[in-house]
Design a protein around this ligand. Structure first.
Ligand code: NAD
Length: 340
């Protein structure tokens, strides 16, 4: 266990157990140098405790990087609740988790993640104020989409010389909560849209409502376009796909777009500008964090807009140092998280 923590430079790892409700939870606090650790709470069936711990640790580390480059006074953390085979009361389970979060005294702030909803956060909120994205707070996805839009403008400016989206050909993979909202903004700004989704209904909607051109999921990555925008699952850029890309830049919402750090180098070698995923998709985190801290809608909107400026800074450093933006972003984040 300590080897896992040391490898990830994790500060704290907590286990919470409540036999009455069936709660078995892991809270990983990666780093609190910039502030309390904020990160979502997953509720999933894990094969074993080891995989649950590894998931929490890996994701907590990622949250530190995201919060640091989003300019938030927050560190990174993550919780996973292991879904029990039988559950009497979901509310009792999340209330028990709320008590566990409260016991951490504010060093960890929880939020919605895979398998949890605003209603689960409402149960947690009965026992602690260290929770965001309750049902009253609203869906963070539209804010993620706005952040990606700002990031696409900055990427277009750096790679194509203009931040105008008029006539820009954008290929969006995945039209879910973020992808569809982004498609609407891009369309309104004059972009030409190529779209794919494994869900035929969402695809049809984009064709009818936004005038988008539908492309088969397997063909989208190889379609000629200015910007490829992964908004589905992670791992879109991998050794099998990287040579098929026919875009000037990759800038999208999906987490873990690069299959490995080397894929960032591979994109740079091919002249494809990559917007580091955890920088461009930080709008949802910015929204839930600033909302929790009591900031106004206008302040949140202004902070979201700074995602573009952060990317511009990363691109300039990457060009000056002839390194991939992914490596530059990691170094910047690590300097903020660990100091030095
Ligand atoms: P979602 O589940 O609502 O949407 C994902 C969409 O991708 C679905 O419509 C799905 O059918 C489609 N899809 C899946 N596999 C596909 C494939 N092979 N080809 C084409 N389409 C495919 O998820 P979301 O909330 O819109 O998030 C999208 C991505 O952005 C995820 O990787 C998520 O982790 C990341 N992200 C989301 C947020 C947020 O605020 N929701 C914040 C940060 C990062």
């Amino acid at each position: 266990m300590f080897a896992i923590m040391e490898n990830a430079r994790l500060e704290e790892l907590h286990l919470a157990c409540d036999p009455h409700s069936g709660l078995r939870a892991i809270v990983a606090i990666h780093n609190t140098r910039l502030g309390p650790a904020l990160g979502g709470c997953r509720y999933l069936a894990y094969a074993d405790e080891d995989s649950a711990v590894r998931d929490a640790v890996r994701l907590a580390r990622g949250m530190s990087y995201k919060a640091a480059l989003a300019g938030l006074a927050l560190g990174g953390g993550k919780a996973v609740i292991m879904r029990p085979p039988h559950l009497d009361s979901r509310a009792a389970l999340f209330e028990a988790f709320g008590r566990a979060v409260e016991n951490l005294g504010g060093r960890y702030i929880t939020a919605v993640d895979s398998g949890t909803s605003g209603l689960d956060m409402d149960c947690i909120a009965r026992h602690t104020r260290h929770v965001t994205s309750t049902s009253a707070g609203g869906d963070p996805s539209p804010h993620t989409a706005l952040g990606v839009l700002a990031g696409i403008r900055a990427t277009a400016l750096a790679r194509l010389g203009s931040d105008s989206l008029v006539g820009l050909r954008v290929a969006i993979q995945g039209l879910g909560h973020v992808g569809y909202a982004l498609a609407e903004h891009l369309r309104a700004a004059g972009a030409e849209l190529l779209v794919s989704d494994v869900d035929a209904g969402r695809l049809q909607l984009a064709v009818e409502q936004l005038g988008a051109r539908a492309v088969e999921p397997e063909a989208l990555l190889g379609s000629p376009c200015d910007i490829l925008t992964p908004c589905g699952l992670g791992g879109a850029i991998n050794p099998q796909t990287v040579d098929r890309l026919r875009c000037a830049a990759v800038a999208g919402a999906a987490n873990n777009q690069l299959d490995s750090p080397e894929m960032g180098d591979a994109l740079a070698e091919r002249g494809i500008l990559y917007a580091p995923d955890y920088v461009i998709n930080s709008g949802g985190l910015i929204f839930v964090a600033l909302q929790h801290q009591g900031h106004s809608g206008a302040e949140i909107a202004a902070h979201l807009g700074r995602i573009g400026a952060r990317l511009t800074e990363i691109y300039a450093e990457a060009e000056a140092e002839r390194r991939s933006p992914a490596r530059v972003a990691d170094d910047l984040a690590e300097r903020l998280i660990y100091g030095g």
